[in-house]
Design a protein around this ligand. Structure first.
Ligand SMILES: NC(=O)c1ccc[n+]([C@@H]2O[C@H](COP(=O)([O-])OP(=O)(O)OC[C@H]3O[C@@H](n4cnc5c(N)ncnc54)[C@H](O)[C@@H]3O)[C@@H](O)[C@H]2O)c1
Length: 339
């Protein structure tokens, strides 16, 4: 099989995860380029892959004619980097969030359609074994009607985390704990419940990390089309990164995710599903399933099959995030179709 030519832009914190995944997938890919405006970061990334060219800009990266570009730059740059890569004829898998506005997301989707290339958005926790099993049980009707959901994130982001040129800024990060950290819990609940969100009443605040512009805490009532209520909480000022908790309850069963372990209770019987390799938290992110999503994306590129996490789907998650912000700002209920 011809190896896919793969390139990355943004060699910061999350790039460690891609580095590991690329080594695992070395039979099917050749890493041809790594770009970062801080050239040393690109050089460090590239040094692990023979023939990989370290560069500073996207233009130089695209000159290497990659088949696939992975975008791992600050949130506000996702739009420009994705659009330019699609225009250059590349397939693109970007980090979450798809963008920081729905206008940008719509523009990226339109560009993907025009280019005929695949465009996906990372949401690695959907690939956890326990989540896949829960989704299957819900899809098959075994859980019965979904009756409720909640999620709670209590993480630790020290002031030093925000000492860079984009974190903590509305214009560049697009928000705080909701758009950056808790977007994963919102996405998981949306994925499992499988219905459009129709009402959001949210409140955000900045209570401890007062040196940043964006929120360090948020709560919300998120209601799906059929009336199911999802209760949401997130903060970035706990003592440590406690395991995320997500629960979805149905008439016949319940799924409880704690970190990356899922407990499924169905008709009174309990099953605990742990991932084969637990995420170490070494790189300060949640879930160890990037490799699965990246591999699945490559499969779609090769076989022309649909991708799992489409930008339209990722935009629905973004709409819920932005609805929490708008609801808090305007002190009213928001229908995500408004944002
Ligand atoms: N899926 C997850 O669980 C997860 C976890 C962490 C981060 N992320 C996402 O990964 C992305 C990057 O986050 P991070 O924590 O690695 O940030 P980071 O700040 O550590 O890295 C971003 C990198 O992009 C580079 N960069 C900035 N502007 C550039 C430009 N114009 N051209 C080339 N390079 C440029 C910076 O120099 C930096 O090295 C974000 O979208 C973030 O939300 C996802």
């Amino acid at each position: 099989m011809n190896k896919l030519r793969v390139a990355v832009i943004g060699c910061g914190r999350i790039s460690n995860v891609y580095r590991e995944a690329f080594h695992e997938l070395s039979d099917e890919i050749q890493v041809v380029g790594a770009a970062d405006k801080v050239l040393e970061r690109a050089e460090k990334f590239a040094s692990e892959f023979p023939g990989c060219k370290p560069v500073e800009t996207l233009e130089e990266l695209l000159a290497e004619k990659p088949d696939v570009v992975h975008v791992m730059t600050p949130h506000f740059l996702h739009h420009d980097h994705v659009v330019a890569s699609l225009r250059a004829g590349c397939h693109v898998l970007t980090e979450k969030p798809v963008a920081i506005t729905t206008e940008d997301a719509a523009d990226m989707i339109a560009e993907a359609k025009k280019s005929g290339r695949l465009f996906g958005v990372i949401s690695q926790n959907r690939y956890l074994d326990g989540i896949q099993k829960a989704k299957e049980l819900i899809r098959s009707g075994a859980f019965g009607k979904i009756t409720g959901a909640w999620s709670s994130l209590n993480w630790h982001r020290p002031p030093s985390y925000y000492e860079c040129d984009w974190k903590g800024s509305w214009a560049k990060e697009g928000g705080g704990v909701v758009i950056d950290q808790a977007i994963h819990s919102i996405d998981l609940v949306r994925y499992l419940v499988g219905q459009p969100v129709r009402r959001v009443i949210g409140h955000i605040d900045r209570r401890i990390l007062t040196q940043i512009e964006v929120e360090d805490v948020a709560d919300a009532m998120i209601q799906f089309e059929d009336g199911v209520v999802y209760s949401f909480y997130a903060c970035n000022y706990y003592t440590h990164n406690a395991p995320i908790r997500v629960e979805v309850e149905g008439e016949n069963g319940r799924m409880l995710l704690v970190g990356d372990t899922v407990t499924l209770t169905l008709n009174g019987k309990e099953e605990v599903i742990r991932p084969a390799v637990s995420s170490s938290g070494q790189f300060g992110y949640w879930g160890n399933c990037h490799q699965q999503q990246i591999q699945s994306f490559y499969h779609s590129v090769r076989e022309g099959t649909p991708i799992d996490v489409t930008p339209e789907d990722a935009t629905e998650t973004l709409r819920v995030v932005l609805s929490i912000y708008q609801s808090s700002r305007e002190n009213r209920e928001i229908d995500p179709r408004e944002v």
